[in-house]
Design a protein around this ligand. Structure first.
Ligand SMILES: Cc1cc2nc3c(=O)[nH]c(=O)nc-3n(C[C@H](O)[C@H](O)[C@H](O)COP(=O)(O)OP(=O)(O)OC[C@H]3O[C@@H](n4cnc5c(N)ncnc54)[C@H](O)[C@@H]3O)c2cc1C
Length: 458
């Protein structure tokens, strides 16, 4: 009687309770759900090829790491339920060990699997576990209350040490795993056809070893963490923020390991507002994960968690369609918005400050349905995380854990890109320099509270 160990969202060897906990005859497996990469929402592809390729690279890396321990990784592509149940049948597996779900699609998968397999779920990617695990019914919808209640009690359990297989584990070999991965081989036949431009550059490659090198660099060697609070609103560069979002989203780094590294740094080097603030931001991540668990499909409703569920897709007339296309392409005529959107399209990433501004612009200036923006981010962001993305979009729209938050785009541009270095770097067509470079082109759309700031651009 064997067990499938599903490593989705746990693409790592360090602090991986799924690998450590398993015993008996075991088969390590990862699935890529076809609809999440090739499906569409509101007419948009759910992922672009760069995101697909990144995921495949991380899985290939995990496969190599496991092979060093003579452990095979079965890789499956298609409908995860069908693929996993077929695998279970072939191996006569009756149990499945996996990370606890966050999003509705994952809950749905596990509900279907539970009809035929005995499930054992471990909350492998949360800071709050066991006795601190919040009761979803009582869970506060306000970040500040959530943080204030839990922060004093928070004692992040020590991450598990490096994995090495125990005598009680008999893993399927790499050779056998390969023969069971036919659906994946069809996908890899397709993926090398990606054009050169879709290949990922070094720093974005967020496999487990790269994320630990980043910890070494960002915390221990360069100590950039000591000025995180002052630099975190930066727009472009390599060290203004921590850049852990990709490995955290894909599970090649455990949030507990990162948290403990920050605390070790605080004990051994220095603790200040900035070291605290990085943990504060990890609590935002945690908050959105529990909120996703609490409200589930409501996060994809037009009213978010604030009103009756309404899942009809956004309705767009011709004018709105054009506005949305211009926003996606970074062609709105508002330099601060366009520069951020072009950065997203080029790199698959955008700063938090940029994300807040382009989201606010789409919702409160262009008057478009917030879900369109969230869907476009889902397609593009290399750090796409269902809870953080949809939670943040709904937050800015006023359909999540806050009232609506319209930003004054001109004021923001002047505060965070005073010399217009950022917009000029991304928009070479801008000739004006200094503050004047932030002047929107004539005919561009902006809310009146932003227009009031045009005089500041002279
Ligand atoms: C509209 C919008 C959409 C977003 N979509 C995503 C997404 O799909 N995936 C994602 O990981 N983050 C998302 N964020 C949150 C945030 O912008 C990114 O986590 C951050 O920019 C990633 O860069 P970093 O790792 O250098 O962040 P840092 O500033 O160094 O923060 C460290 C970590 O804290 C967490 N964090 C920081 N800010 C937030 C936040 N506002 N919400 C949740 N977690 C946070 C992330 O895990 C991040 O890696 C979104 C924010 C907005 C406003």
């Amino acid at each position: 009687m064997s067990t499938l160990v599903l490593l989705n969202h746990c693409l790592r060897l360090k602090d991986n309770p799924l690998l450590a906990q398993a015993s008996g005859e075991l088969c390590a497996v990862v699935t890529l759900e076809k609809t999440q990469f090739f499906g569409k929402q509101y007419g948009l592809h759910r992922a672009n090829l760069t995101r697909l390729r990144q995921q495949m690279l991380l899985i290939a890396d995990l496969k190599q790491q496991l092979a060093k321990h003579h452990i095979g990784l079965v890789t499956l592509f298609g409908n995860s339920t069908t693929e996993l149940l077929q695998l279970a049948k072939r191996l006569k597996a009756t149990k499945l060990l996996a990370a606890e779900p966050t999003a509705p699609e994952e809950y749905h998968l596990f509900q279907q699997l539970a009809t035929q397999l005995k499930l054992n779920l471990n909350d492998a990617n949360s800071l709050l576990a066991n006795q601190l695990r919040p009761d979803l019914v009582m869970l506060s919808d306000r970040f500040t209350s959530f943080r204030k209640r839990l922060e004093p009690l928070l004692l992040v359990s020590a991450p598990l040490t490096d994995f090495s297989p125990s005598g009680s584990q008999q893993w399927l070999s790499p050779e056998t795993a390969w023969t069971l991965s036919e659906s994946w081989q069809q996908l890899t036949d397709f993926a090398p056809a990606l054009p050169q431009s879709q290949k990922l550059s070094g720093p974005l490659y967020a496999c487990e070893s790269a994320s630990w090198q980043r910890i070494e660099h960002y915390l221990w060697q360069q100590k950039h963490i000591l000025h995180y609070k002052e630099t975190r609103n930066g727009l472009v560069g390599e060290n203004y923020a921590s850049f852990f979002s990709i490995p955290l989203a894909l599970g090649s780094l455990s949030v507990r390991s990162l948290w403990q590294q920050i605390e070790l740094f605080e004990q051994q080097v220095a603790a200040n507002d900035s070291t605290y603030w990085l943990k504060f931001e990890l609590l935002w991540r945690e908050f959105f994960r529990w909120q996703m668990r609490k409200y589930q499909t409501a996060w994809f409703s037009a009213n978010g968690i604030k009103g009756p569920k309404q899942f009809l897709p956004p309705q767009l007339n011709v004018k709105m369609r054009l506005r949305f296309a211009q926003w996606c392409q970074g062609q709105t005529g508002v330099p601060f918005v366009d520069a951020n959107m072009r950065l997203l399209n080029q790199s698959g990433l955008m700063s938090n400050r940029g994300r807040q501004n382009v989201a606010s612009y789409l919702i409160h200036d262009l008057g478009l349905d917030w879900r369109l923006g969230a869907a476009y981010f889902e397609q593009r962001l290399l750090d796409y995380d269902v809870a953080s993305n949809w939670g943040n979009w709904a937050y800015i729209a006023g359909y999540g854990n806050s009232e609506a938050r319209p930003f004054n785009i001109i004021k923001q541009a002047l505060s965070y890109d005073a010399n217009a270095d950022f917009v000029k770097q991304l928009l070479p067509e801008i000739i004006a320099s200094g503050k004047a470079a932030h002047r929107p082109s004539s005919g561009s759309i902006l809310a009146s509270h932003s227009r009031d700031w045009f005089t500041e651009l002279d």
